[in-house]
Design a protein around this ligand. Structure first.
Ligand code: ADP
Ligand code: MG
Length: 292
């Protein structure tokens, strides 16, 4: 590889809003066969909204939402913001919370007004032995429509299932089609459950989904995707993407993402969407062609 062609390629990429932080990333990206995408904030907008609350028999919407929002006020997850906004819109007062715990990849729990409140994924409820049968069908329906579905349990009993919608970025589908057109395999890695992930994958044309991944499981998921020594690029935006960005052959951070993600990446996209990935691969391939 000549230093000149790398310099020219890096400069051309920068003009397109793609910053290569190391010259060897420009060379490696031209050789990748798999692009793995984080879901939330990468394929989707990462600004979820609460869209549904289905209550268990006898539960009150205001009481459930105010308790759930009170717990989520302590969480920094984007889901928490969606729930808090909904509670604010409904003008609810948030009760006092003690003993807050965040269970990474599962949900949150705390004591609210003397009641034990749990909010999170079905796997949190399973782990805590909560019987969710009364709302399980609704939860599955929500997930199949691409929602992140959360259960709320109060004092050991399921009280509600909450649907949270995180729309896909308008440009994701075309960018993924372009990556396919370049002969790349495109996969999505997410902590969400399979039904939710598959709905988003269908909407965007992604053909390979790894769902239910715990935050520290993204590196292992990448290993599963690397086929017979093929090279892989991972695209992410979040704090919990940092290990995967560092571990991938090429880590690509969305420029609108967190500082931790940007610092862990080899390539930073100035734009907030996946078109930058298409540009980055094109520039890399072209530079490689010049080198040879
Ligand atoms: P992702 O980055 O894909 O959203 P996470 O590992 O952050 O994955 O979360 C996985 C799942 O854990 C979420 O889909 C949700 O069901 C649950 N969860 C995480 N944090 C919270 C929270 N603050 N409130 C409710 N549920 C949560
Ligand atoms: Mg993300």
């Amino acid at each position: 590889a000549t230093p000149t062609s790398i310099m020219v390629g890096t400069g051309r990429a920068a003009e397109m809003g793609v910053l290569f932080r190391k010259g060897d990333a420009l060379q490696t990206l031209g050789q990748v066969s798999v692009v793995a995408l984080d879901k939330t904030g990468t394929v989707t907008q990462g600004r979820p909204e609460l869209t549904e609350i289905a209550l268990a028999d006898g539960a009150s919407r205001a009481e459930v939402l105010s308790r759930v929002a009170a717990v989520e006020e302590r969480s920094e997850h984007p889901i928490a913001e969606a729930i808090l906004r909904a509670a604010r819109v409904e003008g609810l007062n948030l009760p006092h919370v003690t003993e807050f715990t965040s269970i990474t990849g599962y949900g949150v729990r705390a004591r609210v007004d003397g009641a034990e409140v749990l909010v999170g994924a079905d796997r949190l409820m399973a782990q805590e032995g909560i019987d969710t049968a009364a709302l399980a069908e609704t939860e599955t329906e929500l997930a199949r429509s691409g929602r992140t579905a959360l259960y709320a349990a109060i004092d050991g009993k399921v009280a509600a299932v909450i649907g949270v919608s995180d729309p896909v970025k308008p440009s994701s589908r075309a960018a993924i089609a372009a990556l396919h057109g370049m002969g790349l395999k495109v996969a999505m890695i997410t902590g969400d459950k399979r039904e939710t992930a598959e709905a988003i994958a269908r909407e965007t044309g992604i053909d390979h989904v790894i769902a239910g991944v715990l935050p520290d499981g993204k590196v292992a998921a990448i290993e599963d995707l690397r086929e017979g020594g093929g090279k892989l690029a991972f695209v992410g935006d979040g704090i919990n993407d940092a290990p995967a960005l560092a571990h991938a052959d090429v880590g690509i951070a969305i420029g609108t993402g967190t500082d931790v993600a940007i610092e862990s990446a080899d390539v930073v996209l100035m734009s907030g969407d996946l078109r930058g990935v298409v540009n980055a691969v094109e520039v890399s391939r072209r530079s490689m062609a010049n080198i040879r």
